[in-house]
Design a protein around this ligand. Sequence first.
Ligand SMILES: [Zn+2]
Length: 209
Amino acid sequence: MSSIVLFGPPGAGKGTQAERMIDATGLPQVSTGDMLRAAVKAGTQTGLEAKGFMEAGLLVPDSVIIDLIKERIQEPDAKNGVMFDGFPRTIPQAEALEQITGVTHVIAIEVPDERIVERICGRYSCGACGNVYHDTFNPVPAGGCTCGNWEEKRRADDNEETVSSRLAAYHEQTSPLADWYRSKGIFHPVNGDRAIDDITGDILNALRL
Ligand SMILES: [Zn+2]
C-alpha cells in the first residue's frame, strides 16, 4: 500500500494533475464526495448511515467517512493504494486515516493567491459548447467561439471577493495539516504556477516515478 494525498487550492489545476497521476501510478482516485454518493446509492450499511446524516442536513461524521474509506481500500483496484482527493481536511481525520492505511506522499500544488484570482476571475465560457476562455490568457476569437455559436457565460462566483474568501478558507484548513504532514517528512510542495507538464514532472519526481 502506498497511498497518496493530493492538496491544491481551487483553480490550481488539481483535476488535470490528478488525472495524470492516476495514469502514471495506476492508483484509483478516492474522493470522499464520490465515495459517499456511491455508498448511498449501493445501499451499504455505511452508506445508509451516511444517508441518515445527509438527509438530516448534518455533516457526515469522520467515523462514517473512515468506515467508507476502510471499505473502499478493500476493493481489488485499491490493492496497491489509492490517491485521496479532498481528504483528509483536518488533523483528526489524518490521524484516523493513519490508523487504516499508510500515506507515503502528500503532494501539495501551490500557486500564489493573486495568480489564482487572476486565473479564475478572467474565466468565461461559451454557453453553446462549453469551451473555456480567459480575458488575458485565452480570449475568444474575434469572430466568436470556434463552435460557430457564441454566447458569453461567466459564473457569478468567479469574482475576486468570492475567490479570495475561498482561498482564505482553504489556507486556514490546509496549513495545520500541511505542517502535520511536513513533520512526518512526507510533504512535497510543488510549484503549480508553471506549465502543466513541468508541474507533472515535479509531482512524478516527488513520487519517484
Ligand atoms: Zn462555443
